[in-house]
Design a protein around this ligand. Structure first.
Ligand code: ADP
Length: 401
């Protein structure tokens, strides 16, 4: 099936064109700075990059049209014409409690995604704009929504309820939702395949360590806990997000400084994390470099980051009553042997032991880096959210065709 995969952000659209029967991803790209100055289209095909800088890209519809034009271009396109596209798969950030699975998009689904806007005011509106734009451009082609939150809908209430008055949950749906679900789902299932065992029998901890970072406890293939919460701000230390914090700190900042709630939100989401502690960068590579050259605050940022990941792994081993494997994925998880070594050092007593040579060699590739005597396996698995979106889209659209 020929599938267009879209990830629409506030001023950008990431796209991939998949042919599920013939080798998977054919082309990908990014339309950025939509509706603002300096718009750009970066298109990748066959290992080559093509860059275009039109004068303006007024809106998402225009942006998606540009991407489609690139996909059918005689020089750098991969399709004869637009009609070859059989389905569109959208990454949608928040499905609230309405979606525990991917869904074929119809008016009801659009309404339900719209109802989740208060839960994800920055993400769901552009996701919807992408869906509406495709409806206009691609007419009756079936579209599927794949939700970041869906995989975590299996959590029990004791894992997702916050200890605040229950009416807050009833009235505003304040609870833990969790994000990066598509990534946690993919790497947990890949881990089971690599271990040659049915996922139903495994307890797996999946650590997605990118700019955003979260960790999940996956018991028998189901997410039973995850570190991101009501929003993607909770949990691990991230590039620019604080992760876990005493909620009273937030109120204290608002009272003690001139910052408005909106500015405080910005401080916690954009100016905190590795960037906030180090004052150097939000990028983990820069932090490692600065720490290695003696920058004390970069060292501190690195240590807080590493410590928090280790603490969560320990917590999730306890939450599941054991673990069979820990999986590292996303930018830092896939590519940083030093990070994995530092995180696991303190966890040796659980039986988490890695082979240094295997760890060093595992950069951006799938690998089992456990030592011979390890009781809990450590795996490195590059994530592939687009593959899951393509598979989900094919599965759902296949049923209706
Ligand atoms: P996003 O969440 O934006 O998709 P990525 O998954 O690409 O992000 O992860 C980006 C993070 O991964 C950055 O902090 C980057 O420094 C880190 N990273 C990428 N490669 C390495 C590496 N070789 N060593 C350490 N960190 C890395």
């Amino acid at each position: 099936m020929i599938i267009l995969i879209l990830n629409s952000g506030s001023s950008s659209v990431k796209y991939q064109l998949w042919d599920t029967e013939n080798g998977g991803m054919k082309a990908k790209g990014l339309v950025s700075r939509i509706g603002i100055d300096g718009p750009m289209l970066e298109h990748y095909v066959g290992g080559k990059k093509y860059k275009f800088t039109p004068n303006e890209i007024i809106d998402h519809k225009k942006g998606i049209e540009l991407a489609l034009n690139a996909l059918v271009d005689s020089e750098y396109g991969v399709l004869e014409n637009i009609d070859s596209i059989e389905a569109v798969g959208h990454r949608v950030v928040h499905g609230g409690e309405a979606f525990a699975k991917s869904a074929l998009i119809d008016d009801e689904v659009i309404k339900a995604i719209r109802e989740c806007i208060p839960l994800a005011p920055l993400h769901n509106p552009p996701n919807l704009i992408g869906i509406e734009a495709c409806k206009e451009i691609l007419k009756n082609i079936p579209q599927v929504a794949v939700f970041d939150t869906a995989f975590h809908q299996t959590m029990e209430p004791y894992a997702y309820i916050y200890a605040i008055p229950y009416e807050m949950y009833e009235k505003y749906r304040i609870r833990r939702y969790g994000f990066h679900g598509t990534s946690h789902y993919y790497v947990a299932n890949r881990a089971a395949e690599m271990l040659g065992q049915p996922i139903e029998k495994l307890k797996i901890i999946t650590a997605h360590l990118g700019n955003g970072a979260s960790i999940a406890a996956v018991d028998g293939g189901k997410s039973v806990d995850t570190s991101m919460g009501f929003t993607p701000l909770e949990g691990l230390v991230m590039g620019t997000r604080c992760g876990d914090i005493d909620p009273a700190v937030v109120l204290f900042i608002i009272k003690q400084t001139e910052l408005s709630p909106q500015e405080t939100d910005n401080l916690l989401n954009k100016k905190s994390g590795l960037r906030g502690i180090s004052g150097v960068s939000s990028d983990f590579r820069d932090i490692l470099e600065a720490a290695a050259s003696g920058n004390e605050r970069a060292k501190l940022a690195r240590d807080v980051y590493v410590y928090r990941i280790g603490k969560y792994i320990g917590a999730y081993i306890a939450a599941m009553g054991g673990a069979d494997a820990v999986v590292f994925t996303a930018g830092a998880g896939e590519n940083s042997p030093i990070l994995r070594k530092m995180v696991l050092e303190k966890l040796n007593f659980f039986g988490l032991e890695i082979d240094d040579e295997k760890n060093e060699a595992a950069v951006g590739v799938e690998a089992d880096i456990s030592s011979e005597s390890a009781k809990i396996k450590t795996l490195v698995i590059p994530t592939n959210e687009e593959l899951v979106i393509a598979q989900e889209t094919e599965r759902i659209v296949g049923k209706i065709l």
